[in-house]
Design a protein around this ligand. Sequence first.
Ligand code: AMP
Ligand code: ZN
Length: 142
Amino acid sequence: MEDCIFCKIAHKEVESYIIEESDNFLVFLDIHPHSPGHSLLIPKTHYEKFEEVPENLGEEFLKIARRSVLLISKALNTKDFNLGINDGPFAGQAVKHAHFHIIPRFPNDKGGSMHSIVYNPPKEDLSTIYKRIIKVKNESQS
Ligand code: AMP
Ligand code: ZN
C-alpha cells in the first residue's frame, strides 16, 4: 500500500534492521525501542488489522515469532518478553499495517505487565458478558 512505512520496509524500499524473514513475514528492530531488542513482526502484505491476516498463515506466523523470540533471547540474554498487538486506534495502534511487538524484558527494567495497559472493568457481571459473546457465537454458527 502506498505511503505505508511498513509496506516500504517489507519491499526493502526503506532500510531497517531485519533480523528474521520468511515467505510472508519480516521481523525488524523497532526504530524507537522500548527495551533492547524490541522488534516488530509484520506480514509482508498490507493488512491493517490482525484479524485480516489470513488464517492459513498462522503456522508460519507462529514459527517466525518463536524463532525471533529464541534468537533475541540468546542474543540479549533474557528469557522474558511481552508479546502483543496494538489492534486498532483505541488500542494504541499508530502504524496501520498489522504488526506484532516483541519486547524483551530485563530484571528491574521498571516496566509493567499487560495489565498495566488499561483498567476499564465491565459494569456488568461476567455471566452477562459471557452470554453476549456466546449468543453471537451461536448465531454465527446457525
Ligand atoms: P504501534 O503503536 O503498535 O502502531 O507501534 C508502531 C511502532 O512502529 C512504534 O513502536 C514505532 O517506533 C515503530 N516504527 C515506526 N516507524 C518505524 C520504522 N521506520 N522502522 C522501525 N520501526 C518503526
Ligand atoms: Zn502496509
